[in-house]
Design a protein around this ligand. Structure first.
Ligand code: FAD
Length: 387
């Protein structure tokens, strides 16, 4: 079995690593490395635990995050949530992605450092085209991110309503051991500052059809940097904007992410938390599962689709249903109250940041905090009801 993997971000590199380790013939296509992907670079403990062994010894230079500071607008009101040990590490994507790709190559994957310009299927094989060469494969994994060519060729492209747009910058020469998060009602979302070894990754995002473009988002981030004094006026800010898949529960359940000779993984499959925009864990998990399905020898597509839909899409769908309520000012006011007053609510939030609190059981966990007034009001607002 010859497997072509298009894209060497976390999803593609991890799929290639798992396949190559098991003895499959794998070719991974990506001409971009080394490169910094627009990203916070927050890698949760659950994501790292999947790849830790493969990365053993790679110099990642991560920042261990001690706490998350939450605000919900101008003013001094804030809440500090202490995170569990190694719940969240922040790192630059140049090194993290390169380390995963190196692991795949050491395991035996062949790297073609070129962009794929077309993918076509015939009854028995797949043709993967780069400029000047065509590679025949039995199976193709589309791990080529939010603008996925493989998705456009073999499934349906994301619509505008299925994307968020993120804008942000890397603020050079500043760091910290806290992440800062400001929850914003309009457009609904949050501003973030994630500290890395020698810079901050700062950004904001909004649903692409919310009527707010990248320029307005950059301006919002720039104002926040000034207001919060995150970086001095002389600090170099390197700006970017980039799409993030952000699918509804219905779209997650109904989209086509695999066929007899292909599968989509990571961002290309729309697997990003629509509230936190955490995507690295889902990229790695889905990349590994796509590899497992191919290696199982049974029909790869149903095995992969069932696993992703039963687990990841169910969880992301639950997040998507809560998303609208999550950034309402009435909810974020109540949440901030809860975070300031209750250690139990801070513990729930710490687990949400670490990705270990399921959205499917969030309501019950909040009820279990015994903060009856706070939790009850918060749940009503999350479920779209007025208190
Ligand atoms: C601003 C921002 C902040 C974010 N912050 C976080 C965060 O803090 N934590 C988190 O978990 N997630 C975060 N995310 C989401 C996270 O970045 C993605 O979910 C994650 O990178 C998805 O991994 P992937 O491997 O699917 O795709 P990618 O990481 O996008 O990798 C895709 C790869 O495919 C390559 N490629 C694309 N087209 C082709 C082609 N035609 N031929 C060959 N190669 C191709 C690209 O060069 C790239 O290397 C953030 C996203 C954004 C935009």
């Amino acid at each position: 079995m010859d497997v072509a993997v298009v894209g060497a971000g976390p999803a593609g590199a991890w799929a290639a690593y798992r396949l190559a380790r098991a003895g499959a013939r794998v070719t991974i296509f990506d001409g971009s490395h080394p490169r910094e992907k627009p990203c916070g670079g927050g890698v949760t403990g659950r994501a790292l635990s999947l790849v830790r062994e493969a990365l053993n010894g790679s110099p990642l230079q991560s920042t261990t995050i001690r706490a998350a500071r939450f605000t919900n607008g101008p003013g001094d009101r804030h809440a500090l949530v202490t995170l569990g040990e190694r719940a969240l590490e922040v790192m630059d994507r140049t090194r993290f992605d390169r380390a995963l790709l190196d692991a795949a190559v050491h395991a035996g994957a062949a790297l073609v450092a070129a962009r794929v310009v077309d993918v076509t299927t015939t009854t028995h094989s797949i043709a993967v085209e780069t400029r000047g060469a065509t590679h025949a494969a039995d199976f193709v994994i589309g791990a080529d991110g939010a603008n996925s060519l493989v998705r456009r060729r073999l499934s349906t492209p994301f619509t505008r309503a299925q994307l968020s747009i993120a804008a942000g910058c890397f603020a050079r020469g500043v760091t910290s051991d806290e992440i800062a998060i400001e929850m914003v009602g309009d457009p609904p979302g949050y501003l973030w500052s994630f500290p890395r070894a020698d810079h901050l990754a700062i950004g904001v995002c909004a649903q692409a059809d919310a009527g707010v473009g990248a320029a307005a988002l950059r301006q919002a981030a720039a104002h926040w940097i000034q207001r919060m004094r995150l970086a001095s006026p002389s600090c170099r800010l390197d700006w970017y904007s980039w799409p993030i898949p952000s699918l509804s529960a219905h779209d997650l359940a109904s989209q086509m992410i695999a066929g007899p000779q292909w599968s989509l993984v990571g961002d290309a499959a729309g697997l990003v938390d629509p509230i936190t925009r955490e995507g690295i864990y889902f990229a790695i998990a889905s990349g590994g599962w796509a590899a497992d399905a191919i290696l199982s020898g049974r029909s790869a597509a149903p095995a992969y689709v069932d696993r992703v839909k039963d687990d990841l899409c169910a969880e992301l769908g639950a997040a998507s249903r809560l998303k609208e309520g999550f950034f309402r000012p009435a909810f974020t006011d109540l949440l901030l109250d809860g975070l300031q007053r209750s250690a139990r609510i801070r513990a729930v939030m710490a687990d949400l940041v670490a990705g270990t609190q399921s959205y499917r059981t969030l309501k019950w966990r909040l009820m279990g905090t015994l903060e009856v007034g706070l939790a009850g009001g918060a749940i009503k607002l999350l479920m779209g009801r007025k208190t």
